[in-house]
Write a protein that binds this ligand. Structure first.
Ligand code: PEP
Ligand code: MG
Length: 751
């Protein structure tokens, strides 16, 4: 059987362009497909809310089963096609282990089955199936033709056809110009206002079928030409020279863009009767079906690159490329389904005002990078990519986890006023960078900053921070596609120390694993990544990795002071093992006549509660302790720090957490070991106040928080707070937050 894709497409277009209701059109389409493919049955299943596949139209099966037969994703052959997103062709379906018999459909006599997913925007919207009575083998071209047809059907199913007035699709189109409020969670506090820029937007193709393939091929050639020119210009752009990673990505793009196979497949799809846009989408669907299920992280990343490239080509075809890839608005609010730290760094930092993510968690690395850029971030914001249009005015109210899309003018004015008040307050505080962080009763607190990028270091001077209390060395690792070698690491650490000058820097050795995955470090997926193979555990199991890093740190510090700390140490024996590696590296450096650091301070991140019961052995072995309260509290409360439903369940300002921390501060004081805290709570004025109240005299936080915390300290009388807290610590409260807030308000403490 040879199906003429072009003839079938042309006839489909007539049905699509008709004015019939959706059901009538689908009924016609399944009849048409059955006739053209010489199949006894053609059925269309559509994904319904709750991930259920509903039989929506059929030619050949029992009409009474329409809207009655429902399958779960993964159930039966149809469910399997939907779950995997891959086509299937079977000559004897009833014998297949996945066959799910549904008596109401009357499908007993049909043996052969060919089914393809109905894909749109990378998502499965349904399944298109043909069945034959006799056992037959479906050819590759037939599967491909059915996939092309499914793409056209996808438009109909997704409501992509021109909306009839008053229909649901029409009201959805109208909603694109109405104000909307999206709710997510706060990943980095703050307010921002600007214009939306969509990261890797998913473009929907409306015109599917073309009459003149030659004209479409000419359009394709034109668009490929302009796309290649713009990629060349981007590659030549001086701004990218600094980001080697971006160059790698762009080189990959250029490679794909010139890839004959890719372009030839698009041209071939055009010859079957598709428009150039539909052909690009068709080839992309195929590539997804082939590659999306690969376990290899690297290949899946490349698939994202290819998606991006296909999107670029679609934009060039539509003539909208300059709007999408032209200069960023001055006040860009980036909206993304998900985005990696390297990609975020590709955007011009000075123009980025805020970030809205459909996924993301507070501890994901992109949040950490965004925090260091000091931009408000709202995450888990469902529907952002489909609701927000490029250049939409947008307000990111990250404090409340809200995103206001196309807000009314009075709302914009209100936020603008609040933002300018805040900015004035911030400016006033920043003017105080040279003032000491000293309380009214003369208690000095040392304020340090957390960093992870070279670009963070200038904040040392700008904020008046006393040093870098936590340098997250994994961030440069996360933005690369392979391990930086010793030379590269040495270069980075040396640059950090050079820029920091006299101010101390505490380098934390690699804290990878958990949610911080490196694409090039193979890890088996585990149930509980936070409790899994991460941080020092990886370092001790892969000593070469840790030793290389220690070697680079020693070399970078030649003749200077350096702090090195190990993350997630759970027992003293681990510290001893890590120190033994450090000693080996120092001996090696000595042997090779390298200049040694003038002073080497060795500490640990206290993040695992077990260590609290080994303080006697621990304290004499360390030069300092840094409390990683993000992790310590998640383990203390058995509460995933990245899980939205429980993230707010326990409060760091609970009597239990504060009592534990106070005990730790007391033990360090007795042993004469300096202690600081560098979790997120250190950067929130109210929490920082409580930490000072229980004895902390050194805190490390995002640079953007230093001015506020300093202002809080300068308005605080520590002795009063200590007395107040003493009375509260033994109480049964869930949290001391409200009481502490009241204390601060009554005394004019700036929280
Ligand atoms: C912490 O756990 O508090 C910490 C500072 O480390 P990270 O957030 O990088 O895990
Ligand atoms: Mg930690």
């Amino acid at each position: 059987m040879i199906i003429s894709a072009r003839r079938l497409l042309a006839r489909l277009r007539d049905v699509m362009a008709g004015t019939d209701a959706l059901q009538a059109r689908l009924d016609k389409i399944v009849r048409l497909i059955a006739a053209e493919t010489v199949a006894e049955v053609c059925s269309c299943y559509v994904v319904r809310p709750g991930d259920v596949l509903e039989l929506f139209a059929t030619h050949g099966l029992n009409p009474g089963a329409v809207h009655r037969t429902r399958l779960r994703m993964g159930e039966g052959l149809v469910g399997q096609i939907a779950a995997t997103g891959r086509p299937t062709a079977i000559s004897n379906a009833p014998e297949h282990p996945n066959f799910a018999y549904r008596p109401e459909t009357g499908e007993d006599p049909y043996h052969s089955l060919m089914g393809v997913p109905i894909l749109r925007g990378g998502q499965v919207r349904g399944v298109l199936v043909v069945q034959n009575q006799h056992r037959r083998i479906y050819h590759e071209e037939e599967i491909e033709t059915l996939q092309t047809i499914a793409m056209v059907v996808a438009e109909l199913v997704a409501g992509g056809v021109p909306a009839e007035p008053g229909s649901a699709a029409a009201s959805q189109a109208a909603a694109q110009i109405m104000p909307a409020r999206l709710v997510g969670i706060r990943l980095n506090a703050g307010l921002a206002m600007g214009h939306a820029v969509l990261h890797r937007p998913v473009l929907t193709v409306r015109e599917m079928v073309a009459d003149d393939p030659e004209a479409e091929l000419a359009r394709l050639r034109g668009a490929v030409g302009t796309m290649q020119d713009s990629l060349d210009r981007l590659l030549a752009g001086s701004a990218l020279v600094e980001h080697e990673e971006s160059r790698d990505i762009l080189e990959t793009y250029r490679m794909f863009a010139q890839d004959r196979g890719w372009l030839a497949r698009i041209a071939e799809a055009i010859r079957t009767g598709l428009t150039a846009e539909a052909a690009v989408q068709r080839v992309q669907n195929d590539t997804h079906a082939r590659l999306a299920h690969l376990p290899d992280h690297y290949l899946r990343e490349r698939l994202l690159d290819l998606d991006d490239l296909a999107n670029r080509l679609l934009l060039h075809l539509s003539g909208r490329a300059s709007a999408a890839f032209g200069t960023l608005p001055e006040d860009a609010v980036l909206v993304a389904r998900s985005i990696g730290p390297a990609e975020l760094l590709d955007y011009e930092e000075s123009r980025l005002r805020g970030l809205v993510l459909e996924d993301g968690s507070a501890t994901s690395h992109v949040s950490i990078v965004a925090r260091s850029m000091n931009i408000p971030v709202v995450g888990r914001c469902a529907g952002a990519m489909s609701t927000i249009e490029p250049w939409d005015p947008i307000i990111v109210d990250a404090d409340n986890g809200n995103v206001l899309v196309r807000p009314a003018e009075d709302v914009q004015e209100l936020f603008a006023r609040t933002m300018s008040l805040r900015a004035a307050r911030r400016r006033a505080r920043e003017a105080e960078t040279s003032l000491p962080a000293e309380s009214k009763d003369g208690v000095r607190v040392s304020l340090h900053m957390n960093a992870g990028l070279l670009a963070d270091i200038p904040h040392l001077a700008a904020t008046g921070a006393d040093g870098v209390g936590l340098y997250r060395t994994e961030i440069p690792f996360m933005v690369r596609s392979n391990f930086p070698d010793v030379t590269e690491q040495t270069r980075i650490y040396r640059e950090v120390l050079d820029q920091a000058g006299d101010k101390p820097v505490m380098f934390r050795t690699l804290d990878i694993g958990g949610d911080k995955l490196l694409p090039y470090l193979k890890e088996e997926p585990v149930e509980n990544p936070a409790l899994g193979w991460r941080a020092i555990r990886i370092g001790l199991d892969r000593p070469a990795l840790l030793r290389q890093q220690l070697r680079a740190l020693i070399r970078a510090a030649a003749g200077r002071t350096i702090g090195i700390m190990f993350p997630l140490v759970s027992e003293v024996a681990e510290l001893d093992a890590a120190r033994a590696l450090l000693t080996k590296e120092l001996e090696r450096a000595r042997h090779q006549d390298e200049r040694l650091p003038e002073r080497l301070k060795v500490g640990i991140m206290l993040e695992v509660p077990a260590l609290l019961w080994q303080l006697d052995a621990l304290l004499p072995r360390v030069d300092f302790i840094a409390v990683g309260s993000n992790d310590l509290l998640q383990y203390l409360y058995a509460c995933d720090r990245g899980s939205a439903p429980v993230a707010q369940r326990y409060d760091p300002l609970s009597p239990a957490a504060l009592t534990m921390l106070r005990m730790l501060v007391g033990r360090c004081a007795e042993a004469g070991v300096p202690i600081s805290l560098c979790g997120e709570m250190a950067g929130r004025p109210l929490e920082a106040m409580a930490l000072i109240g229980i004895g902390f005299r050194q805190l490390s936080m995002v640079p953007g928080a230093i001015a506020e915390v300093r202002a809080m300290i300068r308005s605080l009388t520590v002795s009063q707070l200590e007395r107040y807290l003493d009375r509260l610590m033994s109480g049964a409260d869930h949290s001391l937050r409200e009481k502490l807030r009241g204390f601060a308000m009554d005394r004019g403490i700036e929280i």
